[in-house]
Design a protein around this ligand. Structure first.
Ligand code: CTP
Ligand SMILES: C[C@](O)(CO)[C@H](O)COP(=O)(O)O
Length: 253
């Protein structure tokens, strides 16, 4: 497929040993990893997904966990779109086990996800979308999202309660205190049936990209379910997040 680099050969579609006679076997689970962002809030340097945490790029941490997850069959990374970015991601993934592929990403996260979605093999029926920037997400979160989609939810997101008091403001003036009991901080991986994610992206406006994929599903009026997220699935956005991530990694080792 043009623009797609396969890092291993296609495995035969899983037959699913528990499939009842006559029933269609489930398809494969693919994870799209948008990794094409610049990381402007992290400060000057290489694209964020290629910056190091404990001696390895953030992307490698994220993909290593994904390929180790029993529920995941295929990982497609949207790389920084310049030729060096794509080549570097290909090189990094070549050292990892599992079925991994690379596409060139886009100018927004939404576009990067759409480009990877267009490159998925036909036998994937569940698709997760997972930020490279959430490099330390525990494998349990990935399993919980896949299980919820396989259990019948069309769209699933991991969430955490909001722990700060939240205010609405107009400039520097507080206009309201928001009821945080109904608010959740949203993480990735977000999981979808392939049909729903494809419909959501087909209806999306490239000129006003959504910050997450579940937002596109909400815009279709379809339900989005939640599962518990994890504190260590935080997004590495600022230099302080990188310090925090180094501490989490040291504690794990
Ligand atoms: N054009 C883009 C922009 C973002 N992303 C990815 O989307 C994820 C979440 O985005 P964020 O953390 O905001 O990353 P950046 O866009 O790189 O950060 P910044 O806004 O600070 O530049 C990251 O894994 C990032 O690489 C992407 O694939 N393509
Ligand atoms: C998808 C996401 O990680 C959910 O919290 C988040 O919206 C991406 O953040 P961005 O800074 O808008 O890229």
């Amino acid at each position: 497929m043009s623009g797609v680099v396969s890092m291993s050969t296609d495995p035969a579609p899983e037959t699913g040993s528990g499939t009842p006679a006559g029933a269609a076997a489930p398809g494969r689970v693919a994870v799209i990893v948008p990794a094409a962002g610049k990381g402007e809030r992290l400060g000057p340097g290489a694209p964020k997904a290629l910056r190091e945490l404990g001696g390895l790029p953030l992307l490698v941490h994220a993909v290593r966990t994904l390929v180790a997850a029993r529920s995941v069959d295929l990982v497609v990374v949207a790389a920084p779109p310049d030729p060096q970015g794509v080549a570097e991601v290909q090189r990094l993934l070549a050292d990892l086990p599992g079925d991994t592929r690379v596409v060139a990403g886009g100018t927004s996260r939404q576009e990067s996800v759409a480009l990877a979605l267009a490159a998925l093999p036909a036998d994937c029926d569940v698709v997760l979308v997972h930020d490279a920037a959430r490099a330390l997400t525990p494998v349990e979160v990935i399993g919980a999202v896949v299980a919820a989609v396989r259990g019948g939810a069309g769209a699933v997101i991991p969430v955490l309660p909001v722990t700060d008091t939240v205010k609405a403001v107009d400039g520097d003036l507080v206009t309201a205190t928001v009821d945080r009991s109904t608010l959740r901080a949203v993480q990735t991986p977000q999981g979808f049936t392939r049909d729903i994610l494809a419909k959501a992206h087909a209806a999306a406006d490239p000129a006003a990209p959504a910050t997450d994929d579940a937002g596109l599903v909400e815009a279709l009026g379809l339900p989005v379910r939640t599962v518990p997220g994890h504190a260590e699935a935080f997004k590495i956005t600022t230099p302080f997040d990188l310090v925090l991530a180094e501490a989490v990694l040291r504690r794990r080792r």
